[in-house]
Design a protein around this ligand. Structure first.
Ligand SMILES: NC(=O)c1ccc[n+]([C@@H]2O[C@H](COP(=O)([O-])OP(=O)(O)OC[C@H]3O[C@@H](n4cnc5c(N)ncnc54)[C@H](O)[C@@H]3O)[C@@H](O)[C@H]2O)c1
Length: 269
């Protein structure tokens, strides 16, 4: 069975750990880690097959795949160590991979060690169609994300632009620009913009609009792609996680489904 380690024991890490522990995925959870070590210990102790709590280097040496579900900073801290220890990597904080220098280094390391870097589709659908469409010519690629204000609170762009989202009374566009600026301005909110950039035309050519809507109950993403293939429009209305309103339930489920794809012999789609 695939030996897995998890870094980041928040909503996604915990959901994934429980899925492995419950036998939903053909994998063995060997290790967990969180910079909040009590959180890692608590998660390990709550499982029926408790994994060890260990640092990233020891984890990479004993596992075949490390799943990052922590933060963009964590990707920068751990990715080299994981790949150079002959271990594959799954990245949830995909915004980190828009840093071209980091991405090039990691791709080189992965090639040299014959390992893989997996990026789940996260809180969005339609990446399969987007990937296929991008084999041909694309004219337009846009993402519109609508979230309740509390899911956007704390984003650096809001501070810089002096926008107090909690005082908004009507749906308001709080950002419009490239995916690269969206990820910089909303590092914990807009991983989907990074995922479509990597699957598609790159972050400079991907347009992103972020709307704060005081009446919204869900995190809604609409992907629009036009090209020689025709037009693709895909909307997902995501239920936010009760533990972390910035993260959608579908993001955690996509981590589980990617792990299933890696672990199982039959791959569909
Ligand atoms: N790809 C997607 O579509 C998508 C969707 C939602 C969230 N995410 C990203 O996935 C990550 C996890 O999301 P979550 O909702 O589980 O977050 P969370 O806040 O619930 O949990 C994150 C955990 O990681 C730990 N952590 C943070 N930095 C760390 C580091 N450098 N080293 C070790 N541990 C660290 C924290 O202590 C926390 O326990 C976030 O970066 C989030 O932005 C991606």
């Amino acid at each position: 069975m695939l030996k897995v380690g998890i870094v980041g024991c928040g909503f996604i890490g915990t959901t994934l750990a429980r899925a492995i522990d419950g036998g939903v995925v053909e994998a063995e959870l060997l290790a967990v880690y969180d910079r909040n070590i009590e959180r890692a210990r608590g998660l390990a102790a709550s499982l029926s097959h408790p994994p060890d709590v260990m640092d990233v280097e020891s984890m990479a040496k004993s596992c075949e795949l490390v799943v990052e579900c922590a933060s963009q900073q964590a990707v920068k801290e751990l990715a080299h160590t994981v790949l150079s220890n002959e271990c594959s990597l799954m990245v949830m904080s995909v915004g980190a991979l828009l840093d071209e220098k980091l991405r090039d280094e990691l791709e080189k390391l992965a090639r040299a060690h014959r390992e893989k870097i997996y990026v789940p589709s996260g809180a969005l659908a339609g990446l399969d169609g987007l990937r296929a469409a991008c084999v041909g010519k694309i004219h337009r690629m846009e993402l519109t994300t609508t979230k309740p204000p509390m899911a956007l609170v704390g984003a650096p762009h809001l501070r810089e632009a002096n926008i107090d989202v909690e005082r908004l009374k009507v749906p308001t566009v709080v950002f419009e620009g490239t995916a690269i600026d969206a990820v910089r301005g909303f590092p914990a909110n807009i991983n989907v913009a990074a995922a479509i950039s990597l699957a598609g035309m790159g972050a400079e050519k991907t347009r992103v609009r972020i709307v704060a809507d005081p009446s919204a109950q869900r995190n809604t993403h609409t992907l629009l792609v036009e090209g020689e293939f025709g037009r693709l429009e895909c909307t997902v209305q995501n239920v936010p996680s009760p533990e972390n309103p910035k993260t959608s339930m579908l993001a955690a489920l996509s981590a589980i489904s990617t792990l299933k794809r890696i672990a199982q012999p039959l791959q569909v789609g």
